[in-house]
Design a protein around this ligand. Structure first.
Ligand code: NIG
Ligand code: FE
Length: 449
């Protein structure tokens, strides 16, 4: 039987937690087919792997404080015979595989109940996303199912999706709420995300985003501004005060959903609560959302399917990250975001799956990478940068993670079952998975030699 994706993870954390004193422990990673550090320019075109820090014959030394379970950091990178290589307590043979910074899925809605498979068939027969939503389906369909679901059921289905993402190389995942649209259910979704964070501690870093402004719920259909007031005065303050508060607030700026003036009210509350800002913009209609979000100080703008030259130019001269979601373009039969133009102009780019039941029913981050190249016209090194450095920037560098393997950086890395990065893209629809082996070995320290 093939191993499950989850069993294939680089899973160093449980082992160090079992070692019982406070001096640092060092582990040597050797025998990599290639090491991709991710170190290189943050913006602008790239054409070659060395521009994202590809090294052959490189070794890495990790360090962690014994007994603290505080996680691993990169202590050293270099040639095997370099005189400054620290002494190591254990060695792991990577068997010719590729070591890279872990991929970041910068945009998911993966905690939800039910599915919308029937709506998918309707869309493929010609119904539009907006028509289905206007008839009470779409996001509101999932809201009804999510309101009725138990916390445990939401955690269980979310955990399956996270395990799949991890098997495709993800180590850092953003998850948005937004299928509750009332205080109780938005809090339930936030609690589910917190639960998943604890369940995957050390294996995945999970960043929560509050998105009660994902749609106007049916009970506020005739008073959308009243719902925005509820979001601002009640739902977001409650979420910010939760035991596991979100890092960001997101709003769906779109014709038929929320306009720029409503989004401005939400952004002001996010700022007052000390939360970062993200925005869904230009998915179907250009409402000037990119320029608005940059002015509002958003960390990222996401989707961008219909973004034009003015939005591209504005992003190029800003610190706001452009998050591309190529699976959504395919699943909605819509155009790809202008990732090529954004990169050429000098904007920072990140990628995500958008995993959700309506517009991208997939956790396949590796396929999203392939489509960013084939549909989004990024070069392969640019796509890798987007899921490493770009993703870290889009999530505000959570827990010091920069998307790069460099001395001092936390070790959120992955080992992919492939000898070098070309094959990440070449085998269409069959990208390499994260590698089986380190988890079992390190959990009992049995395979450490
Ligand atoms: O990112 N655009 C809004 N939210 C999701 C779709 C959510 C859904 O259809 O359930 C998106 O495409
Ligand atoms: Fe989305």
């Amino acid at each position: 039987m093939p191993a499950t994706p989850l069993a294939r993870m680089v899973w160093l954390y449980p082992w160090v937690a079992t070692v019982a004193d406070t001096t640092p422990v060092h582990v040597l990673l050797h025998g990599a087919g290639a090491v991709l550090s991710g170190v290189g320019a943050e913006r602008g075109p790239l054409a070659r792997w060395d521009e994202v820090g590809l090294h052959a014959g490189c070794q890495v030394v990790l360090a962690a404080d014994k007994g603290t379970a505080s996680g691993w950091r990169v202590a050293w990178l270099g040639a095997p015979d370099a005189p400054d290589r620290p002494a190591c307590d254990a060695r792991i043979d990577l068997g010719g595989r590729l070591l890279t910074p872990g991929w970041t899925d910068a945009h998911t809605h993966l905690v939800f109940a039910g599915d919308r498979a029937a709506e998918f068939t309707q869309r493929m027969a010609g119904a539009s996303y907006a028509e289905i939503a206007a008839a009470g389906g779409g996001i509101l369909h999932t809201v009804r199912q999510t309101r009725a679901a138990s916390l445990d059921a939401l955690v269980a289905s979310g955990a399956k999706r996270l395990a799949e993402l991890a098997g495709w190389g993800a180590r850092v995942v953003e998850i948005k709420t937004g299928y509750g649209l009332d205080r109780a259910t938005e809090m339930k979704l936030l609690a589910a995300i917190g639960n998943l964070r604890r369940q995957f501690a050390g294996r995945l870093q999970i960043v929560a985003t509050a998105m009660p402004a994902h749609a106007v719920p049916p009970e506020w259909k005739h008073d959308p501004d009243g719902y925005v007031a509820l979001v601002c005065d009640d739902i977001l303050p409650a979420m910010a005060a939760a035991a596991d508060p979100p890092a960001f607030v997101d709003v769906f700026v779109e014709r038929g959903w929320f306009d720029v003036s409503q989004a401005t009210r939400i952004a002001a509350v996010a700022r007052a609560l000390g939360l970062g800002l993200k925005a869904h913009v230009d998915e179907f209609a250009d409402l000037g959302g990119v320029q608005w979000a940059i002015e509002a100080g958003a960390t990222s703008v996401e989707h961008l399917l219909v973004s034009g030259p003015a939005a591209v130019a504005a992003l190029a001269s800003s610190a706001t990250v452009a998050v591309g979601l190529p699976l959504t373009s395919v699943f909605l039969r819509e155009p790809f975001a202008p990732l090529r133009a954004l990169t050429d102009a000098g904007a920072m780019v990140a990628l995500g799956t958008d995993c959700n039941p309506g517009s991208a029913m997939s956790c396949n981050l590796a396929l999203a990478l392939q489509l960013a190249v084939l549909g989004g016209r990024l070069s392969a090194p640019e796509a890798v940068r987007a899921v490493t450095r770009g993703g870290a920037a889009a999530l505000g560098e959570p827990r010091g993670w920069t998307g790069r393997l460099e001395p001092g950086a936390p070790f959120w890395a992955t080992v992919l079952d492939v000898d070098g990065p070309d094959r990440l893209f070449y085998e269409l629809g069959a990208p390499p998975r994260a590698w089986l082996g380190l988890d079992a070995g390190l959990a009992g320290a049995g395979q450490l030699t």
